[in-house]
Design a protein around this ligand. Sequence first.
Ligand code: ACO
Length: 442
Amino acid sequence: MPRDTLTITDNRTGQTYEVPIENGAIATQQLAKIKIAPDREGLLGYDPAFGNTASCKSRITFIDGERGILRYRGYPIEELAEKSTFLETAYLIVKGELPDRAHFERWKKNVTQHTMVHENVKAFMAGFRYDAHPMGMLVGTVGALSTFYPDAQDVEDLESRRLQTRRLIGKLPTIAAFAYRHTRGRPYVYPDNDLSYTGNFLNMLFRMGERLYEPDPIIERALDVLFILHADHEQNCSTNAVRSVGSSLVDPYSAVAAGIGALYGPRHGGANEAVVRMLQEIGSVDRVPQAIQGFKNGDGRLMGFGHRIYKNYDPRGKIIKKLAYDVFEATGKNPLIEIALELERIALQDDYFVKRRLYPNVDFYSGVIYQAMGFPVTMFPVLFAIARTAGWLAQWAEMVRDPEQRISRPRQIYVGEEERHYIAIPERPPPSDREDMVSDDI
Ligand code: ACO
């Protein structure tokens, strides 16, 4: 008779254990019972980079990487990208349901009310070096917000969590725009709350001498769709960072700053920046085959290709590729698109990429669009961070409320030295030339 259990026989002892299977998983904690002697540690699961380990139960985002499906709270990403707005999608992600009209109006008002930042935040940002990377400014400034809102320490209080969520979603575009203006040496522009969320963001980025800034509706909508596509992506590297840091019950500004730090890396949110740099380096369509050969030989990676979860087309990649052409109607074509299309064409026919199931991910075309919109490459991950703030906060709140969660604390398999004894420097032999003990690497 089939049972939802797994039977494990430990061949070291001959003992058999029956472990329950729930939601297609076994609790790794069950392995701790498997011991060779009562006074010895139980069996551990070894899973560097969490390739096959679920760290939480979540109701927010569903991904089926094999079939290329992404849903927020059950709604397909394609429908949200076509019919929703970023602020409405953020509400859905944070609260679990789409709002009715009254709730949506209240949410818009509540977020808009928090678009301003304390003047000292502005002064703090003015202190960054003239050439500071905007993502570095974002990490530092969002972290610094925790000093402005000490009430945020009360993470177990629902009202406090709601307030910080509205504050962070409201303020991220302002801080991001200030960071951009800083790199340009331009005065910071205050929010205009009569504009939409993305319209106001464009205003704070690009307004010059005009009395009222009018965003281009095509760019405003395209940016809104890009924000929808980036709003959450279940347990990715930065969300895991937010959850892990947040599990210490630190305030959400510190936890989100950790997420922004994770997003800064080229294997995560920095990938679209890396894609544009790569396309620029390739330089022309006729050099694509040579570049592909280089990637296959291990000379760098084809940036914007491959994904830990999607082993089929990334559904966001499909939407973005289409969006690129809408944007080019307003901005003129970005010449890098031809190189990107040729890379995609060749890679999708090449055995190396096909065998490893490497397809374009969300970042492959987003950088080309952002560049056409006039963003410098250093701003690309910043745009990602604005959108992902909704997901980070929903995931953080879910983690705080989850009675099964405790402080995140992975185990390790120690493979270092056995016990040895201290020798004073004069008697100490020269260090061995083990790779991790290079003496000038201090
Ligand atoms: N170009 C060339 N080869 C690649 C690429 C790539 N973009 N991605 C993976 N591979 C190869 C690896 O070399 C490896 O080959 P091997 O088995 O011969 O050693 C194999 O494919 C598996 O790669 P892993 O690194 O083990 O795959 P993982 O799931 O850990 O990595 C990742 C996923 C980080 C996205 C990877 O595909 C990559 O570096 N891509 C480029 C960066 C990128 O686009 N990142 C954006 C991700 S989406 C996001 O963060 C929003």
